[in-house]
Design a protein around this ligand. Structure first.
Ligand code: IMP
Ligand code: MG
Length: 185
């Protein structure tokens, strides 16, 4: 890690404020009336893409007081010290039972789009009632895979970022803010 420098891009307070606003946007756009006391079958399904979306999802769902279930899966695209996408690899089966359900995929960052394009297509095969994609960060760049986020927290420059769930070689996920990692890759 020699030579790596960290520069704060988005501080904790801005993240918290924006996550709350995103939760409101999502709730405002729901195409159905979530009922309190609904069965799991009627609840919204949140699908966090681990490991990066762990922290974001934990904060987001606590700002969404509606019946929801959480069905995470692990997808890897930046193994080890890679700082560009190496193609998305599913590490877990895609959660089943999504037919007729309202599904929201939650990821930390939309970069090349490979991860979310793969997951979106696998979920659509199941015939959900709706599918929305929510990302905390969206890199401003050309995407290799055609995929759009329905909800995005922040548009950021095409730089390698860590913190608030995002890692470099497995580290930095526990930083409370988002930082640009300079001098790697
Ligand atoms: P994509 O498939 O290229 O869109 O990449 C998405 C995944 O790569 C994200 O879910 C992250 O886990 C990881 N990733 C992309 N950009 C960064 C970054 O700047 N820092 C850390 N991880 C990243
Ligand atoms: Mg990820």
């Amino acid at each position: 890690m020699s030579g790596a420098r960290e520069r704060v891009l988005i501080d904790e307070a801005r993240i918290a404020q924006r996550v709350g606003a995103l939760a409101e946007e999502i709730l405002g756009g729901l195409a159905f009336e979530p009922r309190s006391g609904a069965s799991e079958r009627d609840a919204l399904v949140m699908i966090p893409v681990l490991t990066g979306a762990l922290v974001f999802t934990a904060d987001l769902i606590r700002r969404m007081p509606v019946p929801l279930s959480v069905k995470p899966l692990t997808i890897q695209s930046y193994p080890g010290r890679a700082t560009s996408s190496q193609g998305a690899t599913l590490r877990d089966p895609v959660p089943g039972g999504l037919s007729g359900r309202h599904v929201i995929v939650v990821d930390d960052i939309l970069d090349s789009g490979a991860t979310l394009a793969l997951l979106r297509d696998r979920i659509l095969e199941q015939g959900p009632a709706s599918l929305r994609i929510c990302v905390l960060l969206r890199k401003l760049k050309e995407r290799a895979a055609p995929v759009e986020a329905d909800f995005a927290g922040f548009d950021i420059p095409d730089e390698f970022v860590v913190g608030y769930g995002l890692d470099y070689d497995g580290l930095y996920r526990n930083l409370p803010d988002i930082r640009v990692l300079e001098g790697v890759g």
